[in-house]
Design a protein around this ligand. Structure first.
Ligand code: ATP
Ligand code: MG
Length: 834
């Protein structure tokens, strides 16, 4: 620790001449009469340490610090005070082991500081001392009358003493710096946040617009996709339709070609046969001597051909009518007939059901239906052989049963005499082909038709026969009567009547034609016999063969022609169908191309994939909904999508900057907190230590209890309270302590601090003034003990204390001028107090 070795002063206050005061050891005492200049020595030390307030050095202005002379003497020009230090332990931040620091003040009040003789600034001096814990206004310099100040001072000021000795000033500086930075950055943050807020509002508004635009865009896109999908579907459908109809046409055209080929072949054969026939005819003509006969024969042959053709034509007409009747009747009578029976009707030799073969005028329909009864559905066949075949067919197909009327075997009933009141025999009242006359007569031949049952009754009294009335009552030959209301089953008899009639007429005509044909053939045979002998007979045989072949070929060709006509019609229809598809296909293609701006089909398919799986109805529904939704959206700002992106980017950049500033601010706040924490930790450690010392020293001095406490718990910004209760007394309000008690408390505080962090020297100017003998003793003991750690320069009038000094200086005032004498006390007086 730096040690004050010597004080040299000249012209300072009452010291005119140069005086040198050595401080060789720890405990120096200065004594002397009142007004001799003792306190001026303390002032001189404070003066060098940089004290600026002349008032605190008890002068009105700084010039008053210069010796002003007395009544007789002239004053000094200037005052100069120099302090010499021992700095072997480098406590003062100076390289010199024995540095000197001086301050000079002239009459103008100008101060000059020197370090080892070199001029320096006051601040340099203050800084150098501060580093060694020496301050001109430090707690280690207790001016005269100021000892109790520590007890009486403001609690916050007192705490500041702890601040100083704990060294938290370092943190204060740092904190101040950080707070300044914080202030700056806080302004920046506030400014940035205002801008950020504005930007947020802008961006939020824009976002709303953008969201609406995006939704609109999505809806429009979807609508477009749905429409594209619909267009694509229609197009695909048309394409498929076109393909199918083209394929069908191709197929049918192939069939048509084959048919054409067949017809051509048949034509070829026909031509060949006709040529053969012509050749044969020529041969016959040639062979024939009798041209006339030959001509007749030719004519006959031509007539025969014509007649045959007529018969064929009538037969085909009969077949057509037969089919028509069948169709009509199959809607009623045939309704119940099994498919097998229907099949039977198509078999060779099967003429039809009884009902099919008879045509009944409307008036007799009921009478016939009743009289025929079950026979209505009897199957009329040409022969017993056919009947047997039919029965076998039904059996093998398990197709039920039927009754057959074979025309070759059936016995018709003989009619008796028709009573005069009867309308007629039923068989005469209906119409039918003569071919079926046996069947008709078998079923209806024995039944007479009468107007009503009354007539029947009348007839039955004279004649026994089967009678049926027009409304369906029946009287058997035995006299049994069946009757009542009858609901006609057949409504169709009348409907088919015309066809049956026509058919019967045609059949009659065929019969006539066949008679004519037979007579032609007979004539032909006759002329042929006349015309030639054996040779012509051979020719004729040959011709018959050719005729047969020709007939077959013609039949085949006719069939082929019919097929061709049918095929042509089919192809025609298919062409129409294909043309329709083609038109649709073109339309849909144009639509699709216009919609998709000629995009590749596979690209469109990919785009609308999700919609292609949906049925068209669903797509239509979705389209309607979307159109409605888009309508409801009203106008949207599409530009907002791009604008939003741009503004958002700017915003994000800005936000990033703001975040950086905020982070920086937080880091400063953190630093401040860390500083605060360290500051508090350091301060608390000092407080704990000093409090502990204070308690100890106080107990030593007074035997009482004392403590130091912060006004606010753990709040180092509040004041430091002293609590003290001298031995045996209740803890008192500090103000109520006596002067001596206050002095003891102040000393306890001073030493508590000194034990924690000793200053290099202490100047105590009459601090013991208020103490009694015993307490002075205690203080002296403490000073002696503590002076091993630091220098004590004690100004006192108290002999008890003076005697204990390691060296004693006497100050005298002579002729207005102070002088210092080193006093050697006799040994017996020294340390008497001990
Ligand atoms: P006490 O025991 O009463 O405290 P002291 O020894 O401490 O007395 P000081 O206060 O040191 O006395 O000295 C005061 C004396 O110094 C006064 O007599 C005063 O006139 C004198 N003095 C103060 N300033 C000057 C000055 N500029 N020139 C000459 N003498 C001065
Ligand atoms: Mg004094």
């Amino acid at each position: 620790m730096a040690k004050l070795e010597r004080l040299v002063l000249q012209g300072f206050k009452s010291f005119k001449r140069k005086a040198s005061v050595p401080f060789p050891s720890g405990f120096s005492v200065v004594t002397g009469p009142n007004g001799s200049g003792k306190s001026n020595i303390g002032d001189a030390i404070s003066f060098v340490l940089g004290k600026t307030s002349s008032r605190l050095m008890r002068a009105k202005k700084s010039q008053e610090l210069i010796f002003h002379g007395g009544k007789k003497k002239g004053g000094s020009e200037y005052a100069i005070v120099t302090l010499y230090f021992d700095n072997h332990d480098n406590n003062l931040p100076l390289p010199e082991k024995n540095p000197s620091i001086s301050r000079r003040i002239n009459q103008k009040g100008v101060s000059t500081y020197r370090l080892n003789g070199k001029v320096v600034t006051r601040q340099q001096i203050v800084d150098i001392f501060a580093q060694a814990g020496i301050h001109h206004d430090g707690h280690n310099i207790i001016q005269q009358g100021d000892v109790t100040q520590i007890v009486e001072m403001d609690a916050v000021e007192r705490r500041e003493i702890l601040d100083e000795i704990s060294g938290i000033a370092e943190y204060d500086d740092k904190k101040k710096k950080a707070e300044k930075e914080l202030e700056k950055i806080d302004d920046k943050v506030k400014e940035a946040e205002i801008i950020l807020n504005e930007k947020v509002q802008i961006i939020e508004k824009l976002k709303t617009d953008r969201d609406a635009a995006l939704e609109y865009k999505k809806a429009v896109d979807n609508l477009d996709k749905i429409r594209n999908a619909s267009a694509l579907k229609s197009y695909d459908e048309a394409e498929k339709g076109l393909e199918i109809s083209s394929k069908k046409i191709e197929e049918k055209e192939k069939q048509f070609e084959a048919l054409e080929k067949e017809i051509k072949e048949l034509d070829g054969k026909l031509e060949k046969e006709e040529n053969a026939l012509e050749t044969l005819t020529k041969k016959v003509l040639k062979a024939s001597n009798n041209i006339e006969i030959t001509k007749k024969i030719e004519r006959l042959r031509s007539n025969i051909e014509i007649t045959k053709d007529k018969i064929i034509s009538r037969r085909s007409e009969i077949d057509r009518l037969h089919d028509m009747i069948d169709r009509i009747q199959s809607l009623s009578i045939g309704r119940g007939a099994s498919p097998a029976i229907k099949d039977l009707l198509k078999m060779k030799g099967v003429c039809g059901t009884f009902a099919n073969l008879v045509s009944v005028p409307g008036d007799y329909a009921t009478a016939v239906e009743i009289a025929a009864g079950g026979h209505m559905s009897d199957v009329v066949v040409d022969s017993t052989g056919t009947a047997v075949k039919c029965v076998q067919y039904l059996k093998s197909n398990k197709a039920g049963r039927a009754r057959f009327i074979p025309l070759d075997k059936i016995q018709s009933f003989k009619k008796g005499n028709l009573p005069k009141d009867a309308i007629g025999w039923l068989s005469d009242l209906v119409e039918y082909s003569p071919r079926y006359s046996a069947a008709i007569k078998y079923v209806l031949g024995s039944t007479a038709c009468v107007k009503d049952i009354e007539i029947a009754k009348k007839i039955s009294s004279t004649q026994r026969l089967r009678m049926v009335s027009l409304d369906g009552d029946i009287m058997e030959a035995s006299g049994a009567i069946t009757g009542g209301y009858f609901k006609r089953r057949l409504k169709t008899t009348a409907d088919t009547t015309d066809y049956v009639k026509e058919k019967a007429e045609l059949e009659k005509e065929i019969e006539k034609l066949e008679v004519v044909l037979r007579s032609y053939n007979k004539d032909l045979e006759k002329y042929a016999d006349e015309e030639v002998g054996t040779e012509t007979t051979n020719f004729e045989r040959e011709r018959v063969k050719i005729d047969e072949r020709l007939k077959r070929i013609r039949e085949k060709r006719n069939e082929a022609y019919e097929d061709r006509v049918e095929l042509q019609q089919t192809i025609g229809k298919l062409n129409v169908q294909r043309a329709r598809w083609e038109a649709k296909h073109d339309g849909f293609r144009v639509n699709l191309e216009a919609r998709t701006k000629r995009k590749e089909k596979k690209d469109i398919e990919k785009e609308v994939e999700e919609f292609m799986k949906m049925p068209s109805s669903k797509l239509n529904e979705m389209e309607t909904n979307l159109v409605e939704r888009i309508d409801l959206m009203g106008p949207v700002n599409m530009k907002s999508i791009d604008d939003f992106e741009t503004i958002k980017e700017e915003f994000d950049d800005f936000k990033e900057k703001v975040d950086k500033i905020v982070t920086e601010k937080n880091s400063i706040l953190e630093t401040i907190t860390t500083i605060e924490t360290k500051r508090l930790t350091t301060f608390s450690a000092t407080l704990t230590e000093v409090s502990k010392n204070f308690k100890t020293v106080y107990r030593e001095l007074t035997g009482g209890e004392a403590d130091l406490e912060l006004e606010g718990e753990n709040d180092m910004n509040t004041g430091l309270l002293i609590k003290a209760s001298p031995g045996g007394k209740k803890l008192l309000n500090i103000d109520s302590l006596s002067g001596g008690e206050k002095t003891l408390t102040a000393f306890a505080f001073l030493f508590a601090i000194q034990r924690h962090k000793p200053s290099p020297f202490y100047i105590l100017d009459e601090a013991d003034a208020a103490l009694d003998e015993m307490n002075t003793r205690k203080i002296v003991d403490l000073i002696k003990k503590q002076s091993k750690l630091a220098q004590f320069i004690v100004i006192s009038h108290n002999d008890t204390l003076v005697r204990e000094g390691d060296q004693i200086y006497g100050v005298t005032m002579d002729d207005g001028e102070s002088k210092i004498l080193s006093i050697e006390l006799p040994k017996d007086l020294r340390g008497k107090a001990n």
